[in-house]
Design a binder for this molecule. Structure first.
Ligand SMILES: Nc1ncnc2c1ncn2[C@@H]1O[C@H](COP(=O)(O)OP(=O)(O)OP(=O)(O)O)[C@@H](O)[C@H]1O
Length: 253
């Protein structure tokens, strides 16, 4: 059975895309069939797995707005068992175009239903907002993975995200769960990171993954080469921790 995980936090730059690409690639390395869905108009997950956005014929926009079948938009990547449903800047218009549309919150869920049986994991990289694209993702998902950056004000804005999760649970997807909370970009040289870990654990308790993602320069370099860390630098700390995270995610199956 496939598991659909939305990777969401409306705060920008907390590691949603880095986690989508690298968790997806590591799950595929562990033998799982994985689909990444890029639903962020920035399209960084798309370019992060080596797809040139200028060459994309059908993207997630065509699937949720123009009723193009998802199989006509899904592409394979350089990593075996890792596919992507790409996004381009065209998606920026979707927030507005979906407002008057019928069953606008269910567009992604309906599209995923058509391909779900072909994958073990479907990871949705959400945009940094709580708009209709994130609502579509939470409505389609079994669970939500929340990356939190180990920085000042780490918990700021989380009550809005949790409130949105509760609203979706109430009105659109009663089965939506919190998959886990992932601490990212830890700088082990400062005490601040440790304080944030303690604070987040107090708030989310056993929902916090044992695996913590440190700051690692190789992780920030990999996207400009269109590669996941596991192929860009398999011996790096970044590759090691995302593989550890993938094993942890699989252990909760
Ligand atoms: N563990 C890490 N170590 C070093 N750099 C990182 C790490 N994780 C992410 N980054 C870098 O931080 C920046 C923000 O990360 P990322 O794009 O994954 O965040 P995001 O939450 O998806 O952002 P947005 O909200 O804009 O979609 C990127 O430049 C990325 O390469």
């Amino acid at each position: 059975m496939s598991k659909i995980i939305a990777i969401a936090n409306q705060k920008g730059g907390v590691g949603k895309t880095t986690t989508s690409v690298n968790l997806g690639a590591c799950l595929a390395t562990l033998g799982k069939r994985v689909l990444l869905i890029d639903i962020d108009p920035q399209g960084n997950t798309t370019s992060g797995v080596g797809i040139n956005k200028a060459d994309v014929e059908n993207c997630i926009y065509d699937v949720i707005i123009n009723d193009v079948g998802p199989r006509e938009a899904i592409q394979s990547t350089a990593i075996e068992r890792l596919d992507i449903l790409p996004a381009t800047i065209q998606l920026a218009g979707a927030e507005v175009e979906l407002v008057p549309a019928i069953s606008r919150e269910l567009r992604l869920k309906n599209a995923i239903a058509q391909v779900k049986q072909s994958y073990d994991y479907i990871l949705i990289d959400c945009p940094p907002s709580l708009g209709i694209l994130t609502i579509n993702s939470l409505t389609a998902a079994d669970s939500v993975l929340i990356p939190i950056q180990c920085e000042y004000y780490a918990l700021e804005g989380l009550s809005q995200l949790l409130n949105t999760v509760r609203l979706v649970q109430k009105h659109l997807n009663t089965d939506l769960q919190i998959e886990g909370v992932l601490l990212t970009m830890l700088d082990a040289r400062t005490n601040l990171g440790l304080q944030v870990i303690e604070e987040v654990k107090k708030y989310f308790q056993d929902k916090v993954y044992r695996t913590i993602i440190p700051r690692n320069v190789r992780l920030s370099e990999a996207p400009s080469h269109g590669k996941a860390i596991i192929t860009y630098d398999p011996r790096s700390k970044g590759a090691e921790v995302y593989l550890e995270l993938a094993k942890e995610v699989v252990s909760y199956e």
